[in-house]
Design a protein around this ligand. Structure first.
Ligand code: HEM
Length: 455
């Protein structure tokens, strides 16, 4: 996590309210100790525009659906990705969909869209279901599993297979190990760049890992281009999109682009979905009655076989459970943007160059928009006429930079969880579970549950 505005851009007009802070340090400790609680309390106590200071930096927490709609949709051309993501672009990700800006982003999004079309995504459903079955067939009743670890591993295999058509074992394991080395540095966002400049050996380690990663992904890209056929995976579609746009794939800069795009999808695609599945299992273990209702739906729709794409439309309670889980534990818990012009939000003018934060975690639990906001209540999603605003509930963001993988993620979470609950009951083992809001919202120190065969 952690904010990133490196300037105290001067304000025009009144200063937005701010939570109490210490000189020079600002709200550092409150953010470091429990950023979710701090942000939620700040919005509750100080309103829709709150100024937060963090060491030498400042950001504004925006918590009004109307202002969020302007930032994500109607005036999105006047914002760009936050400073942390700009760092990621420079050091690691290059220019992929997540980090591209302006016309370049538009072009890239257009080229990538066919790879994420509904028809194409449906083709990945079988891969998802098969890999989940393979995984759960090895699980043993009575054992305790760190489901966060298991879901991360499974989500990586799924994205590796659907993205690269790799056999999902060798490459995904190696890539997984490399990611495990790099992720803690990436999670520091803009501070990563500073740390990488210190003589700590971090840079050498990260560079070595990136080199390894580039060699693997480069090899896969070369194979795809040389093969010249659609292998049914996302990478084939990205290549097709580029060919259709007249790009020269033998040019080094086009290969670098493909590498950046593939790596972005890999990175954006596994951790978020793994966290969504993990938090869902956590909530189900804590609410056995809801787990029972979901399992009954799964049995009535699927009987005793693995989930198929056709089933997903009938798993309505299951979808409500996932929607509710992403409300309480949004895997992407905050979206940051830098303003490219002054924005007026009510009485306040937030200046060009400032960084704003919109937090799904804050909005998804705001009592102005949700009844009993902290309760796990999947039934709310099934109530007649229930349709929260896209700027109050936005786990996948909204507007032209929304998540291109949303359908993919829904399909994956539904199929994997349906296969899991078909076989097993998940039991809470009484451990305290803490949240860790890094780039994604994950459980701190894993999440252990006991499983038993479903009766
Ligand atoms: C539960 C799972 C997921 C969640 C909660 C999620 C959430 C998000 C959010 C909030 C954004 C917008 C970020 C911003 O504007 O700053 C985003 C963008 C993106 N996501 Fe996801 N995502 C998920 C799964 C996936 C999957 C499975 C893929 C790919 C296979 C994916 C690929 C992307 C890409 C490429 C972008 C950048 C889109 C653009 O800027 O045009 N995501 N995601």
């Amino acid at each position: 996590m952690f904010p990133a505005t490196s300037t105290f851009a001067p304000l025009k007009g009144p200063t937005p309210p701010a939570p109490p802070s210490l000189p020079f340090i600002g709200n550092y400790f409150a953010l470091k100790n429990d950023s979710l609680k701090f942000l939620r309390r700040s919005a509750r106590d100080h309103g829709d525009v709150v100024r937060v200071e963090f060491l030498t930096q400042v950001f504004y927490l925006i918590s009004s659906p109307e202002y969020i709609e302007r930032l994500l949709l109607t005036e999105n051309q006047f914002v760009m990705k936050d400073y942390g993501e700009q760092m990621l672009k420079r050091t690691f990700l290059g220019t992929g969909l997540l980090t591209a800006e302006g016309d370049e982003h538009k072009q890239m999004r257009k080229m990538s869209s066919p790879a994420f079309s509904r028809a194409r995504i449906l083709g990945y459903g079988k891969v998802m279901s098969d890999l989940a079955e393979e995984e759960f067939a090895q699980w043993k009743s009575g054992e305790v599993y760190d489901v966060h670890r298991e879901m991360s591993h499974l989500a990586q295999r799924i994205v590796a297979r659907t993205l690269f058509d790799s056999d999902g074992s060798d490459n995904s394991l190696v890539i997984g190990d490399i990611m495990a080395e790099i992720m803690p540095v990436i999670a520091l966002r803009n501070f990563a760049e500073i740390i990488m400049k210190l003589p700590l050996g971090v840079k050498q380690r990260v560079d070595r890992n990136i080199e390894k990663l580039d060699a693997i992904i480069g090899g896969i890209i070369d194979e795809h281009i040389a093969g010249g056929v659609d292998r049914g995976d996302l990478l084939s579609m990205l290549i097709e999109g580029k060919k259709a746009a007249g790009k020269d794939l033998s040019a080094p800069e086009e290969r670098k682009r493909l590498r950046d795009e593939a790596l972005t999808i890999y990175l954006a695609g596994f951790e978020t979905t793994a966290n969504a599945m993990t938090w869902t299992l956590h909530l189900l273990a804590r609410h056995p009655q809801k787990q029972q209702t979901m399992a009954e739906e799964i049995t009535s729709v699927m009987g005793n076989r693995a989930a198929t794409i056709e089933d997903t439309g009938n798993l309505k309670y299951t979808r409500a459970v996932i929607a509710e889980s992403m409300r309480l534990y949004p895997p992407a818990w905050v979206i940051g943007r830098v303003l490219l012009k002054d924005f007026e939000f009510g009485a306040y003018t937030i200046p060009k160059g400032a960084e704003v934060w919109m937090s799904q975690y804050v909005m998804h639990r705001d009592p102005r928009y949700w009844q009993n906001p902290d309760d796990f209540d999947p039934e709310r999603w099934l109530a007649e006429g229930f349709a929260p605003s896209k700027y109050v509930y936005f786990p996948f963001s909204s507007g032209p930079r929304n998540c291109i993988g949303e359908q993919f993620a829904w399909l994956e979470a539904t199929v994997v969880l349906a296969n899991a609950l078909r076989r097993f009951e998940f039991h809470d083992i009484g451990e305290k579970v803490a949240t860790e809001p890094l780039i994604t919202l994950r459980p701190k120190d894993g999440l252990r549950l006991r499983i038993s065969h479903r009766r």
